[in-house]
Design a protein around this ligand. Structure first.
Ligand code: ADP
Ligand SMILES: O=P(O)(O)O[C@H]1O[C@H](CO)[C@@H](O[C@H]2O[C@H](CO)[C@@H](O)[C@H](O)[C@H]2O)[C@H](O)[C@H]1O
Length: 464
């Protein structure tokens, strides 16, 4: 970096309360438009400041504030979001897409505020803070003890991919993911990659540094810096590209099955496991049933299949009632092709261990049957095959079989040998997808619905 970054830290009170009052009308308009805003479709009626930290004072050309802000929505109290707000007298044209608005009143009156991650300078401030393990107000920038030094001259660029969070890539060397919707507690997006690094599992980029915070006695994980896998394609892009060329994806699917298994084996070694018996399975099946009922309520197209889908869950409950048990362990929790990176040398890496962000943190951190991840990936092959015209179900069948075989090569257990559990998890995922697509991408609804038809009426000799 060309010059030294001077960081001054102050937490609220300071500019905090007045700052939020002056930002309020601008945030009401700007926040709901952000891809990562989780409360779409419900009006934001106000904001509460959870924490404000000044990273650069406004006495220079650029002010920089780190905010945790609760957006008031129904159901109360609404979600808490991490914001990095840049403040300048005027915004240079290159930062026009980052504009939040012009402040009329309060401590920032007459200034322009904007999404600071678009601006290289604030992004450099974050990396510098991680490099120097800064403590600023309640923010703790920390580094893995055995990580190599974070070098200088790593120009930042904000990723423009559709994301649930926001990521900045530094010189194709590191990627910093800043979590947007923040909940207190241990976040699996840091917890699991750290555990995997301790186990020596190379399938997940090991965290180099991270940003944590403590506000009002509550711990938060706010961001994670990892090595950037250079030149990688994600599994979804790769699968679609092979499909469009009429190529099969069996070899890649098999090695992805091996990679998934390696991650599962390492997680089972490093973190607690448990046995699920009748009582735990009842809870699990009740959750699946409730999700089906809620989805059928919201999406009429699902209703004709509800009885058949319920049978997938009751079959599992029956097995448990007969005394069958399952092993549960920590898993990825939201595995699909888009969460897998394929490096130019052909190695797979798994990313994004946050789990399904809409589920409570405690639930995401519970040990679960590893088949849940496998079901997620099987759904993904099906998605890819149904996103082309005409659909290519045979292509998906081949991938699904190859993936399970690859998994079995490492663990010795082929997921297809537990078809009742697999069908229940695949059904649960397809129902989730129906709701997701109905809300976010109605054009895609036929994709999970075609799986719903199959899962509601499985062929008598079907394996997966
Ligand atoms: N270590 C990495 N190396 C290269 N690209 C990465 C890495 N981690 C994430 N990415 C890219 O960033 C995107 C978003 O990352 P992800 O962790 O899935 O964020 P989100 O939780 O916001 O969806 C991924 O789809 C991938 O393209
Ligand atoms: O990427 P996120 O973790 O935010 O996951 C959400 O969006 C995904 C789509 O981007 C969605 O995934 C579904 O579509 C994918 C193809 O676009 C497919 O590969 C997945 O198998 C399918 O579930 C995911 O469900 C949703 O949570």
């Amino acid at each position: 970096m060309a010059e030294t970054v001077t960081i001054s830290g102050r937490t609220s009170p300071g500019p905090g309360p007045g700052l939020l009052a002056s930002l309020d009308p601008l945030l009401r308009e700007w926040l709901p438009r952000q891809r990562w805003f989780a409360g779409k479709g419900r009006p934001v009626t106000g904001f509460t400041l959870v924490a404000a930290t000044e990273l650069l004072p406004l006495d220079g050309a650029l002010g920089l504030y780190h905010l945790l802000v609760r957006a008031h929505q129904s159901p109360a109290p609404g979600d808490c979001y991490q914001l990095l707000i840049g403040v300048r007298e005027a915004l240079p044209p290159r930062l026009a897409p980052a504009l939040i608005g012009h402040v009329e009143e309060g401590p920032l009156a007459g200034h322009t505020v904007y999404e600071a991650l678009y601006d290289p300078r604030p992004a450099e401030v974050l990396l510098e803070a991680l490099r120097t393990q800064a403590r600023i107000g309640g923010l703790r920038f920390e580094r893995a003890p055995d990580a190599p030094d974070i070098g200088p001259n790593l120009p930042p660029r904000l990723m423009t991919a559709e994301q649930s969070n926001s990521s900045v890539v530094y010189g194709d060397t590191y990627i910093l993911k800043l979590l947007r919707r923040i909940v207190p507690g241990t976040n699996p997006d840091l917890e699991l990659p750290l555990a995997l690094a301790l186990e020596g599992c190379p399938r997940v980029p090991a965290p180099t540094a991270w940003l944590r915070a403590e506000f009002a006695d509550e711990p938060y994980v706010l961001g994670v810096l990892q090595p950037f896998v250079q030149g990688a394609a994600d599994g979804w892009e790769l699968a679609l590209s092979e499909l469009s060329k009429g190529e099969d994806f069996g070899a890649e699917a098999r090695s992805l099955g091996r990679a998934t298994a390696e991650v599962h084996v390492a997680l089972a070694r490093g973190l607690p496991t448990m046995t699920l018996g009748h009582a735990q399975l009842d809870l699990l099946v009740n959750g699946m049933t409730d999700r089906l009922d809620a989805a059928a309520q919201a999406v009429p197209a699902l209703r004709p299949y509800a009885p058949g889908l319920h049978s997938a869950f009751s079959a599992l409950a029956n097995l448990a009632a007969e005394g069958h048990t399952w092993t549960a362990q920590r898993i990825h929790g939201d595995l699909h092709l888009g969460q897998c990176l394929h490096s130019p040398s052909g190695e797979w890496s798994l990313i994004d261990f946050e789990g399904e962000p809409s589920r409570p943190l405690a639930e995401r951190r519970m040990p679960q049957p590893p088949v849940r991840d496998i079901a997620g990936m099987l759904r993904s092959f099906d998605y890819a095959a149904h996103s082309t015209t005409p659909a290519a179900p045979g292509w998906a069948d081949l991938c699904r079989a190859a993936y399970c075989s690859g998994y079995a090569e490492v663990t010795g257990v082929d997921p297809r040998t537990d078809p009742v559990l697999l069908r229940a998890y695949e059904t649960d995922k397809a129902i989730y997808e129906v709701l997701y697509e109905a809300r976010h991408r109605p054009d895609w609804l036929p994709v999970p619905l075609s799986a719903v038809r199959r899962l509601a009426n499985p062929a008598p000799d079907a394996t997966i």
